[in-house]
Design a protein around this ligand. Structure first.
Ligand SMILES: *Cc1c(COP(=O)(O)O)cnc(C)c1O
Length: 418
């Protein structure tokens, strides 16, 4: 029986690809704002026999037998999420952030009803009502943006639009907004039009957990999130809500939107939440923000414009409109040097989302590796050199320095990948 043989023996092709990807992560400078490096402990839980268990339903209310152990696992994940964020109720079953959003919307809206979220091109997310996403297909979606002159959300404009459009669900939260969002002001607008207020904290949940970004929990009816971005857990999602939405949210996740929960991932979420409850995670979050601020300061000194002039969070958005190259070119040139960022539209971008005039740069992953402000200054200079002259000579020179830097901050190789 091959069941107990390791991957290396059973499927050398996939094993090699896993090795190559691990090495790629080890050797590069990961500055994609939505990515992070999760712990060996989280991955151990994910790669466990819990993946075999069917457990439709919720702890102590399952449609399958043999759930007594996974009941304890899921209850621990719920308890730790509540301890971390202080909500009335937590559902830890959503498979990812997008599932968390759609199921949360369907908990409070009928198909065809109106929601209002932030436009993707202004820093929002596809799942906040974009026309190609189910959120924009199933619901009647209207979208707000930022003030193009300042790059900031103008609550006066949001309120005016909300009063005009009267959505039943108001969504705050973003994927590429460097600043703090005023959740209290959004809650006031939602109350004024009698809408449900939902915050999607997918990007900044880890900063909220550490107390470095205002918590939406006190202001929102429902909070959705991922577990794998700044929160640094396994790839997945979860939903928090006020007591009165508990039944609707749970029913919408199961049986509404999903079948069997991924109990191995839920175990890993419990591990991730447990890690985020440790004092070290608070220090991590503070360092993530200091690193983003340093990166932004040095890039600004080197002649790059930043949307909103800087950051309060884990990411910066570089505005390339005054430069003679696009976000797409910038992403490709930096990628060749082993520096991984992503192209991103800037507010009022004249270019398409496939080309863009911006770069989104985030510090959660490199901060996990142990890098600090000095390394950020160095990286800002790497970026400036590559973008300034993206020729082979410069790219090769910078790649060598990137490799030297990453070798000083080993990731998984020190604990040997098996
Ligand atoms: C990443 C993200 C999501 C989607 O999460 P997935 O796990 O990729 O489905 C939803 N909302 C926001 C704001 C995000 O940044």
């Amino acid at each position: 029986m091959t069941m107990m043989l390791p991957l290396e023996d059973v499927d050398p092709t996939i094993f090699q690809l896993v090795q190559r990807e691990t090495q790629r992560q080890e050797d590069g400078l990961e500055l994609i704002a939505s990515e992070n490096f999760t712990s060996r402990a989280v991955m151990d839980a994910m790669g466990s026999p819990l993946t075999n268990k069917y457990a439709e339903g919720y702890p102590r209310k399952r449609y399958y037998g043999g759930c007594e152990v996974v009941d304890e696992v899921e209850q621990l994940a719920i308890d730790r999420a509540l301890q971390l964020f202080g909500a009335d109720h937590a559902n830890v079953q959503p498979h990812a952030g997008s599932q968390a959003n759609l199921t949360a919307y369907l908990a409070v809206l009928q198909p065809g009803e109106r929601l209002m979220g932030m436009a993707l091109t202004h820093g929002g997310h596809l799942t906040h009502g974009h026309k190609v996403n189910h959120s924009g297909i199933i619901f009647d979606s209207v979208q707000y943006g930022v003030d193009e002159a300042t790059g900031l959300i103008d609550m006066g404009q949001v309120r005016e639009m909300a009063l005009r459009e009267r959505p039943k669900l108001l969504i705050a939260g973003s994927s590429a907004y460097p600043r703090v969002i005023d959740f209290a002001a959004f809650a006031d607008v939602a109350r004024e039009i009698d809408a449900v207020f939902l915050v999607d904290m997918a990007h900044f949940a880890g900063l909220v957990a550490g107390g470095h970004y205002p918590t939406p929990v006190d202001h929102a009816d429902i909070v959705t999130s991922t577990t794998h971005k700044t929160l640094r857990g396994p790839r997945g999602g979860f939903i928090l809500c006020r007591e009165e939405f508990t039944k609707a949210v749970d029913k919408s996740v199961f049986p509404g939107g999903q079948g069997g929960p991924l109990e191995h991932v839920i175990a890993a979420k419990a591990v991730g939440f447990g890690e985020a409850l440790q004092p070290a995670f608070k220090e991590y979050g503070a360092q993530v923000i200091r690193n983003a601020q340093r990166l932004g300061e040095v890039l600004a000194e080197n002649g790059y414009d930043l949307v909103s002039g800087g950051t309060d969070s884990h990411l910066i958005l570089v505005d390339l409109r005054k430069k003679d190259f696009t976000g797409k070119d910038g992403e490709a040139a930096l990628g060749r040097a082993g520096i991984h960022v992503n192209k991103n539209t800037v507010p009022g971008d004249p270019r398409s989302p496939f080309v863009t005039s911006g770069l989104r740069i985030g510090t959660p992953a490199l901060t996990t590796r142990g890098m600090g402000e000095d390394e950020m200054s160095q990286i800002a200079d790497f970026i400036t050199r590559v973008l300034g002259s993206p020729d082979d000579e410069t790219v090769e020179a910078v790649s060598a320095e990137v490799l030297e830097l990453t070798e000083g901050f080993p990731l998984y190789t020190s604990s040997a990948t098996t």
